[in-house]
Design a protein around this ligand. Structure first.
Ligand SMILES: *Cc1c(COP(=O)(O)O)cnc(C)c1O
Length: 388
């Protein structure tokens, strides 16, 4: 670890060996039958395209999923020459800039298709597109082909200039096996109708049908179809087959101050916690200003000296207080793990979800994007060597 990193109050570590392992498992299960689209949106779910991108590209993945143009530019700069798929509807301005990176656009409805067509015509080049349909019932950005108007829109869409239809897609609203099964069946039926109608209009084949995320692909095999869009499993954060994947990110800090206080004293803002016994408390320089949310106060646990310690105060912008009465010999500088492993213990995404009530990804995408990031593992050494 560099000196600069040791001086940071809080940082994330990205274990590139875990990314490599997860990718091997994903390929083992899914590659071959379906095209694999590995999802690197939101700066690789906060893990950093600069760190994760080279590992993924070295695996010869055919397609990468992105959200922002900046991510596409980064991946092209890293040497990726394969296909890029945007996993949401883009604004016309984004699509226009996106043509430079050869991004395949997610078409989220008829007005959106006409906007994409106008961008293509103005740019003088066709845009590869994937038509989103509402088979899953997410009702977000897809055409509902069960409505007469939806079918008419799809027919009209097929004759818009400048759109090169490469795929038909839907996205599931929840991670529930029965819901995914039903959505897949409806998607297969609806996409058949669309494929037949596009073929009549002379669209080029093949047109890939895709709906599967990590959860769907690993729990409902018939959802895999022609292409799978895998994000969560790469980072080791999926409920589908959690034992198979390793969590890639850890959130770490170190103890600053340690003090003894008497039974009956209150701790922290609003006097929200009262000590039930004489206690040893340690402050850790992490707060809601670091995207460690205040509603983890009194609910989360951290790891210190290989043991769990509760966050007891209503935490502050830049620090929180843990009760280390049961942890022997805590001293300033001791490593504190707020997410991830230490010794035989682990604070998992499920632990955070239980404490916080929201998705772990809601937390770690923010941590990864705002805090200093450090790569770990053998692959990190290789990465450092390649970078000279
Ligand atoms: C993020 C995203 C995915 C990847 O989902 P995971 O659950 O992370 O595997 C797939 N499809 C779309 C449309 C997405 O936005």
């Amino acid at each position: 670890m560099t000196t600069a990193m040791t001086a940071e109050p809080v940082w994330v570590e990205i274990n590139l060996d875990a990314i490599h392992h997860n990718l091997r498992e994903i390929k083992r299960e899914l590659a071959g039958d379906s095209t694999l689209c590995v999802v690197l949106k939101s700066d690789a779910y906060g893990h950093g395209i600069d760190l994760v991108g080279p590992v993924v590209i070295a695996h010869d993945i055919e397609m990468l999923g992105i959200s922002r143009n900046r991510e596409a530019a980064q991946l092209r700069a890293l040497g990726f020459t394969g296909r890029l798929l945007r996993l949401r509807s883009a604004q016309p301005q984004e699509m226009q800039a996106g043509t430079a990176w050869r991004i395949e656009e997610w078409i989220g409805g008829f007005p959106h298709a006409t906007a994409a067509s106008a961008v293509a015509v103005a740019a003088g080049r066709s845009i590869p597109v994937h038509l989103s349909i509402n088979s899953s019932g997410i009702s977000r950005d897809g055409i509902d082909v069960s409505r007469g108007a939806g079918l008419a829109e799809l027919r009209a869409l097929a004759s818009l200039p400048g759109l090169d239809v490469r795929g038909i897609a839907t996205h599931f609203p929840q991670e529930d096996v029965d819901d995914v099964r039903a959505g897949t069946a409806r998607f297969v039926a609806e996409s058949e109708v669309i494929r037949a109608s596009l073929a009549q209009r002379g669209a080029r084949s093949p047109i890939d049908r895709h709906c599967a995320t990590s959860f769907a692909a690993f729990t409902v095999p018939e959802s895999r179809l022609d292409l799978v869009r895998i994000g969560a499993a790469l980072y080791g954060d999926t409920a589908a087959d959690p034992k198979r994947f390793r969590t890639a990110m850890a959130l770490k800090s170190r103890v600053a101050a340690v003090n003894g206080y008497s039974r009956g004293e209150s701790v922290g803002y609003n006097r929200a916690h009262t000590l039930a016994r004489d206690s040893v408390l340690a402050t850790v320089p992490v707060g809601y200003g670091d995207a460690y949310p205040r509603d983890l106060s009194g609910r989360a646990e951290v790891l210190i000296r290989g043991k769990r310690a509760p966050v007891i105060d209503l935490l502050a912008m830049n620090c929180l207080t843990i009760d280390v009465t049961e942890v022997h010999g805590v001293f300033p500088g001791d490593e504190v793990v707020l997410y991830g492993r230490q010794g035989g213990e682990e604070v998992t995404g499920a632990d955070l979800e239980l404490a916080h009530g929201h998705l772990a990804a809601d937390l770690y995408t923010a941590w990864g994007r705002m805090l200093p990031r450090k790569a770990t593992g053998v692959h990190a050494l290789e990465h450092a060597t390649t970078l000279g």
